[in-house]
Write a protein that binds this ligand. Structure first.
Ligand code: HGY
Ligand code: MN
Ligand code: MN
Length: 417
């Protein structure tokens, strides 16, 4: 591929950082991070700020029925399929300021820089904010990019409910961000997503950029164990049907299964509820979610099977009823080699150190990769910490990652002077 004209293309790192800090003021957490969960009023506020910034940069904004936002910068040939770049603005309840947000505002910074430099591209460029990437308030994760890529039906997504029983569709309408555009009808030349690594490798190796070649596969298995509520004081130990104890034993099995499949396999229980959750009642019900991940599809299937067997044994030993429902899942992802090479070439051209890396976390790019050539760019994060309000990156890491994104996107879109 021809190198982009003006190989010294650089973004304005200070402006990017200011925008990240401005966005971080919306939906603040309690410890310096963010709690801007999907389809909350804070999510609506963030969307409005993003829209205002995009319109100030001369973009037109598209909005589809899942609330996905598409800020379009015209190309010299408007009929060509655009190059898409973006990520998500929603956060975990105790999230950081950069997970997802860097990818959306990094995309916006590319448009701002193209405007500053007076550069036109052949293909249009579209910056995307995908709705509900996190999947924490409404499972599953990446649900809106999943509908876009044809993995989920729109009505099924609208019927997802949060812990208070509120429907996804109702909440999207309530915050005023349900568009009319059918989901997934957009031709895409390529999609690039910049994201923090959310792991320790790049920082530990002092590498500027992660060239993401694959994404881990994932299972979210919701386990329900049902025993019997009873008095914690007067019920003899021998006759108890303690669902909370069952959950503890299955949690131990999750750890054992993940360790048995090392290297490159992880497992944890992240969400758990005991019922009736009273300090002097033996819990008669436990509902908890197992999160298994590995880049190896054979291991992924084996871990799920072994969990099902282990949980059935715990339930039988303890006289508990068991049900397991898969509330999320996807196979390991191999990103498009052409797009991955565009990221590698960009890092080389910019003189940045880089290494190939597998994504531990799931991303919208994992679904979009099914409908368009896709690749990701990682920047390091401090101590590899994420999904924690103390998540931190440096302005230099943000700037280098966004410069690589800039070159990869412009290379793919084609420069027209
Ligand atoms: O769960 C994930 O991997 C993503 O952060 N939603
Ligand atoms: Mn993310
Ligand atoms: Mn996340």
């Amino acid at each position: 591929m021809m190198a982009a004209a003006g190989e010294n293309l650089r973004i304005n790192g200070a402006r990017l950082w200011d925008s990240l800090m401005e966005m971080a003021k919306i939906g603040p957490g309690v410890a310096g991070g963010n709690n801007r969960q999907t389809l909350t009023d804070e999510d609506g506020e963030a969307r409005a700020l993003f829209q205002r910034w995009c319109e100030e940069a001369g973009c037109t904004m598209g909005l589809d029925r899942m609330g996905n936002m598409f800020a379009r910068r015209e190309g010299t040939d408007p009929d060509l399929p655009p190059v898409y770049v973006g990520s998500h603005l929603d956060t975990q309840p105790t999230g950081g300021k950069y997970d997802g947000v860097l990818g959306v505002l990094g995309g916006l910074e590319i448009l701002r820089s193209l405007n500053d430099l007076g550069i036109r591209t052949r293909h249009p460029i579209v910056v995307v904010n995908w709705t509900n990437e996190e999947g924490t308030r409404f499972a599953p994760a990446m649900v809106a990019s999943g509908v876009f890529a044809g993995l989920h039906e729109l009505d099924w997504a609208y019927d997802r409910t949060d812990a208070e029983g509120k429907r996804f569709g109702d909440e999207l309408k309530r915050i005023g961000w349900m568009g009319e555009e059918e989901v997934g009808q957009r031709p895409i030349k390529a999609f690039f997503e910049l994201h923090i690594e959310q792991g320790p490798i790049l920082e530990a190796e002092d590498v500027d950029v992660g060239v993401v070649t694959h994404g881990q596969g994932l299972w979210w298995l919701e386990v329900t164990l049902t025993g019997k509520d009873a008095h914690t004081g007067s019920t003899p130990m021998a006759v108890r049907r303690n669902a909370g104890l069952g959950m503890a034993r299955v949690t131990e099995a999750v750890q054992r299964i993940a360790m048995a499949h090392q290297p490159d396999a992880v497992g944890a229980v992240g969400q758990a509820n005991l019922y009736p959750n009273s300090r002097n009642v033996i819990p008669g019900k436990a509902v908890f979610t197992v999160d298994f991940r590995t880049p190896d599809p054979v291991k992924l299937a084996a871990m799920r099977k072994e969990l099902e067997i282990a949980a059935a044994r715990v339930a039988e030993d303890m006289g508990l009823e068991l049900s397991i429902e898969a509330t999320g899942g996807f196979e390991p992802v191999a990103f498009d080699e052409g797009c991955v090479q565009a990221v590698r070439d960009a890092a080389d051209r910019l003189g940045y150190s880089h290494r190939d890396i597998v994504s531990g976390a799931g991303h919208d790019a994992c679904w979009i990769n099914r409908v368009a050539p896709t690749a990701m760019v990682f920047c390091p994060c401090v101590d590899g910490l994420s999904h924690n309000e103390a998540e931190e990156i440096t302005p230099a890491w943000a700037e280098k990652g966004t410069n690589v994104l800039f070159h990869a996107v412009v290379e793919t879109a084609g420069v027209v002077g």
